[in-house]
Ligand binder design. Structure first.
Ligand code: AMP
Length: 111
């Protein structure tokens, strides 16, 4: 069993989030401490897609970063964004605080 992180509790609905994007596979929500005018986090919803960090990817979970990037692209297109940054923080020394794989979307454009 892996540790239950704050993002597990967001997926299960035990703690609230400001959701801005959702499919069967992915949830996108506003970062609680935004580092840019738009700062969204994308996470996989399915238990079998859980991976703590890019550093922990396996053959079984190698598709998950693609799901998150595709969701970010879809969100940005829906919002008509012309530019943005996508980031994974990898490991404590890479600035990762929450060990539930998430993709940051940051933009100077506020949507
Ligand atoms: P990282 O450093 O990549 O692990 O990023 C974790 C991010 O999660 C940080 O930018 C936090 O501001 C954000 N965060 C932590 N708790 C919450 C929460 N309850 N709702 C939304 N964002 C959160």
């Amino acid at each position: 069993m892996h540790e239950r992180t704050i993002f597990h509790k967001i997926v299960s609905g035990d703690i609230p989030c400001e959701a801005v994007y959702e499919t069967d596979d992915v949830l996108g929500f506003k970062d609680i401490h935004p580092k840019a005018p738009t700062h969204i986090l994308f996470i996989a919803k399915r238990e079998e897609d859980f991976v703590a960090s890019i550093n922990d990817l396996t053959e079984e979970t190698a598709h998950v970063p693609g799901l998150l990037i595709r969701a970010a692209q879809d969100f940005a297109n829906q919002k008509g964004m012309s530019g943005y940054q996508l980031k994974f923080h990898v490991g404590k020394d890479g600035g990762q605080e929450v060990f539930y794989l998430h993709l940051h979307l940051l933009s100077q454009q506020k949507v």
